[in-house]
Write a protein that binds this ligand. Structure first.
Ligand code: ATP
Ligand code: MG
Length: 419
């Protein structure tokens, strides 16, 4: 990509409405723009990060046999009345009616829709297990949208659902998702912990949350020595103790803040019972299907990653989700034809090798381009000015530590790809 065709919308001033660093940097670096409360447009740079996260999620979902589908964003009220959530869900559910006065909601989650799909098409244990996932925009009319895309009203979620003829099969699949989620957050190079969100009640459904550790997190977590996490509220119930310090002392735990980026849940027969979703078993009995659900906050991950990776100058992307692998900064390319042709040659060569490369061909001063490079947070800048073009050499600057090295064109690929 070239900036002439891939517009960069960086700002000079720090936006005042943003409270947390990720929100500030996402606006300042031109990743998002606000449409209305809790709603954001993803600009090219931001959307590029989204697609990289989605790619990793898709690969890990496919590797455990979860198959991608896409369900409508508007859902009929009847299904929510059947599950009894039309009354239970509260004002977070955005409700409206169509021209025939039929009630609908904008989907905040999809248990009802997918259970309806399964009950119409599945009747025998022979068709199970089934694993479906989708990546789509969800809407929740949050009481207090804040921190930009971290707690938005409209946001991108990957939601998966699994269906089983017995509990053992659900348990096996639940473990598969848990390990896929671990892989996803490891591949994103995020510092995370898994929190047992199970209340411990007998008959209570098992559930785990995945949290990115960050000071700005909204959730209170307790970590043991091996980084196993527990929800503070659940810990209070478990240890029959309301005082945080008392729990920390007694149990030798550490108190941290977490951003919930994923949540997996053994739903069991909760929805299939209410929505009469039955199959015939091997021994010709009729049972309600067992179900699990598995969510990841795709757009929230972007903010969480920035919370963990930034400095005074801007974002420092983990390589797997950086909007580009590297940026070529040409200096005065519009008036120096040697610089322009040298930059173009390097650009074409790297592109051919599969490097996701951005060529900054804007008519701007070197200082401005370097500031944008640091703000946007791409791991490497390949700097090409008249001196470099004369000698057919480049200067590579690393975002990580601001170090600059002279590099021959044929060695660039090795350095930026780590190969
Ligand atoms: P929270 O406790 O943060 O409100 P939740 O438990 O209601 O989240 P889930 O129903 O578990 O959310 O949804 C799955 C995932 O979707 C969450 O783990 C989170 O990463 C993401 N998510 C939920 N609500 C929002 C939101 N308002 N903005 C951005 N991402 C969200
Ligand atoms: Mg949750």
């Amino acid at each position: 990509m070239k900036t002439s065709a891939f517009p960069i919308f960086t700002l000079k001033n720090t936006p005042s409405e943003a409270e947390v660093i990720s929100h500030k940097l996402m606006i300042k670096s031109g990743m998002i723009r606000k449409l209305s409360s809790g709603q954001y447009t993803w600009l090219p740079l931001g959307y590029k990060v989204i697609t990289k996260i989605e790619k990793i999620i898709r690969e890990e979902m496919n590797s455990i046999g979860s198959v991608e589908i896409l369900m409508p964003s508007v859902q009929p009220a009847e299904l929510w009345q059947e599950s009894e959530r039309w009354d239970q869900y509260g004002p977070e559910l955005l409700r409206f009616s169509d021209r025939h006065d039929r009630n609908f909601c904008f989907g905040p989650t999809y248990e009802e829709v997918i259970t309806d799909l399964i009950r119409k098409d599945v009747s025998s244990y022979k068709q199970l297990p089934i694993n479906f996932f989708q990546i789509s925009s969800k809407f929740r009319d949050e009481i207090r949208p804040r921190f930009g895309v971290m707690r938005a009203r409209e946001f991108i979620m990957k939601d998966a659902y699994s269906f089983h003829s017995n509990e053992e099969s659900l348990n096996e699949t639940y473990e598969l998702y848990k390990s896929a989620y671990k892989n996803i957050f490891k591949r994103l190079l995020l510092d995370f912990t898994i929190v047992n969100a199970d209340s411990g009640n007998i008959g209570g459904n098992e559930s785990h949350e995945f949290h990115v550790i960050a000071e700005t997190g909204e959730d209170d977590l307790l970590l043991d020595k091996s980084m196993n996490g527990m929800n503070l509220e659940i810990a209070k119930v478990k240890f029959k103790e309301n005082n945080l310090d008392a729990i920390l002392n007694k149990e030798n735990l550490q108190h941290v803040k977490g951003i919930e980026v994923g949540h997996i849940f053994k739903l069991g027969q909760k929805y299939t019972e209410k929505m009469k979703t039955k199959i015939s078993t091997k021994d010709s009995k009729t049972v309600n299907i067992f179900m699990g659900c598995y969510g990841i906050g795709v757009s929230r991950i972007v903010a969480a990653a920035i919370e963990q990776n930034n400095d005074e100058q801007g974002i420092k992307w983990p390589k797997p989700i950086s909007p580009f692998d590297a940026i070529i900064i040409e200096i005065d390319g519009h008036k120096n034809s040697k610089v322009r042709s040298f930059s173009e040659a390097i650009y074409n060569n790297l592109k051919k090798k599969g490097v996701d490369i951005l060529l900054d061909d804007r008519d701007l001063k070197m200082g401005n381009k370097l500031n944008d490079f640091e703000l946007i947070g791409i791991p490497y800048a390949i700097i090409i000015g008249s001196k470099e073009a004369e000698k057919s050499i480049t200067t590579i600057m690393m975002r990580k530590n601001s170090s600059k090295t002279s590099v021959n064109p044929e060695d660039i690929f090795k350095i930026i790809s780590g190969k």
